[in-house]
Write a protein that binds this ligand. Structure first.
Ligand SMILES: NC(=O)c1ccc[n+]([C@@H]2O[C@H](COP(=O)([O-])OP(=O)(O)OC[C@H]3O[C@@H](n4cnc5c(N)ncnc54)[C@H](O)[C@@H]3O)[C@@H](O)[C@H]2O)c1
Length: 336
C-alpha cells in the first residue's frame, strides 16, 4: 500500500520532507499540499509533487478522503490546531517541533489522543533517529555504568535578527531537552540558566552564549552550552560521563586533509547536512508505522514534556542562577 500524505506548510522543511518522500523514501506519496502562501505550495508541486492537489486550507487537506496521513510543517504557533484536527479525523500526523508553543496546548493534544485511545502523533525530534546518538545510547547502556553527568554544546555560526533570548530554548535547546530524556530514560526535576560574558556578535535582544543546567530525577546533571553566534560552524557536541567511563557523540564524517603544513577537517555550517540521514530514518519510520496503524516514534507526551521543560528553562533565563523546579503530571498508559 502507498500511504497518501498531505503537507501543511511548504516552506523550508515542508519542501525538504516532500523531496525526501518523493525521491528518497519508499511507501508514500505526496498527494496534497497546503500553505497560507499558495504560491509556495504551487512551487513545491511544480518542483517535486506534480500529482498533488493544492488545498486552500490545511483543515480542508486534513478532511480530504484522498489523504491518509498528515505532515505539519507550518510555523510553530499553527501546529496545535492542525494536530488536533488530524486526531479528530483519526489520521496519523507527523508534526515538526514544537508540538505546540505552550505546555497547555501540548497537554490538550495529549488529552485528545488519549481520548481517541490510540497513538496517531509523531513529533519531529529527529535526533532520536541519528546514528551517532544511537551508538552513544548503546555505549551508555552497555559500557559506561550509571550515568552521572552530560556535557553538551549546541553551536550555530549565526542566527537571524529575529532570534531573541527565549528562542535559545524554544528553537534550539528543545532538541537537547528531548534527546537527553530519551538518551538517559529519565525526566527532569530542575533547570538553571547562567549567562557567560556576551559575545560582541550577538544583537541587543539576545543573550549569547547561555549555559543551561538540567537535573534529572536520578540526579544526573546536564550542562548544555547554547552559543548561536559561534561563527565557525554548526557544531553539536555531547559527552556522557558514567561511573565506568566517558563517551562522546561521534563527529560527522569528514575527510582529513594535510596541506600547507596544516591538518584539517571541514566543519558543517547548518543542521540540514548534520541530520539529513536522521530525517530520512525518522520519516521512513513514520511512513511504515502509519501504513500499519501503529506509531511509536517521539510522542505527544514527549512533545508535552519538552514544552513543560522549555517553559521552566525560560523562567530560569528570567531568574538567572535560580533553580526552577520542573513537575509533570503522571504519564497516561498510552505512552508507556
Ligand atoms: N526538526 C528540525 O530540526 C527542524 C528544522 C527546521 C524547522 N523545523 C520546524 O518546522 C517548522 C517550519 O519551519 P521552516 O524552517 O520550514 O519555516 P518556513 O518559514 O520556511 O516555512 C513555514 C511555512 O509554513 C507556512 N505557514 C505559516 N502559517 C501557516 C498556516 N497557518 N497554515 C499553512 N501554512 C502556514 C508559511 O507560509 C511557510 O511557507 C517550524 O515549526 C520549525 O521549528 C524543525
Amino acid at each position: 500500500m502507498t500511504l497518501r500524505m498531505g503537507v501543511i506548510g511548504t516552506g523550508m522543511i515542508g519542501r525538504d520532507h516532500t523531496r525526501r518522500i518523493q525521491q528518497v523514501l519508499t511507501g508514500a506519496e505526496i498527494v496534497a499540499l497546503s500553505d497560507v502562501n499558495l504560491e509556495g505550495a504551487r512551487a513545491v508541486k511544480a518542483d517535486l509533487a506534480p500529482n498533488a492537489e493544492i488545498f486552500e486550507t490545511g483543515q480542508a487537506l486534513i478532511a480530504s478522503d484522498k489523504v491518509d496521513a498528515v505532515l505539519v510543517t507550518s510555523w510553530g504557533d499553527t501546529h496545535e490546531d492542525y494536530v488536533l484536527a488530524a486526531i479528530a479525523a483519526g489520521k496519523p500526523v507527523f508534526c515538526e517541533k514544537p508540538l505546540a508553543t505552550t505546555a497547555r496546548g501540548a497537554k490538550g493534544i495529549v488529552d485528545a489522543e488519549v481520548a481517541h485511545g490510540k497513538r496517531l502523533v509523531q513529533v519531529g525530534f529527529m535526533r532520536r533517529f541519528d546514528q551517532g546518538y544511537n551508538l552513544l545510547k548503546q555505549t551508555l547502556e552497555n559500557e559506561l555504568g550509571t550515568p552521572l553527568m552530560v556535557h553538551a554544546a549546541h553551536r550555530n555560526p549565526t542566527v537571524p535578527d529575529a532570534y531573541v533570548t527565549p528562542m535559545a530554548i524554544h528553537d534550539t535547546l528543545i532538541h537537547e531537552i528531548d534527546t537527553f530524556r530519551w538518551l538517559l530514560g529519565d525526566d527532569y526535576v530542575s533547570a538553571r540558566v547562567i549567562f557567560p560574558r556576551k559575545t560582541k556578535h550577538a544583537h541587543a535582544g539576545l543573550a549569547d552564549p547561555q549555559i543551561v543546567t538540567l537535573v534529572t530525577t536520578r540526579g544526573v546533571v546536564i550542562n548544555t552550552e547554547i552559543f548561536v553566534n559561534c561563527r565557525y560552524g554548526y557544531d553539536i557536541q555531547c559527552q556522557i560521563v558514567g561511573e565506568e567511563g566517558a563517551a562522546y557523540l561521534p563527529e560527522p564524517m569528514a575527510v582529513t586533509m594535510r596541506k600547507n603544513a596544516r591538518r584539517e577537517n571541514a566543519i558543517l555550517t547548518d543542521w540540514k547536512g548534520r541530520f539529513v540521514a536522521a530525517f530520512d530514518t525518522e520519516m521512513q519510520a513514520f511512513i511504515d508505522e502509519a501504513a500499519n496503524g501503529t506509531i511509536s516514534g517521539p510522542s505527544s507526551w514527549d512533545g508535552y514534556m519538552a514544552a513543560v521543560t522549555s517553559d521552566a528553562c525560560v523562567k530560569a533565563q528570567e531568574n538567572e542562577g535560580a533553580a526552577i523546579d520542573i513537575t509533570y503530571p503522571d504519564r497516561p498508559a498510552l505512552y508507556n
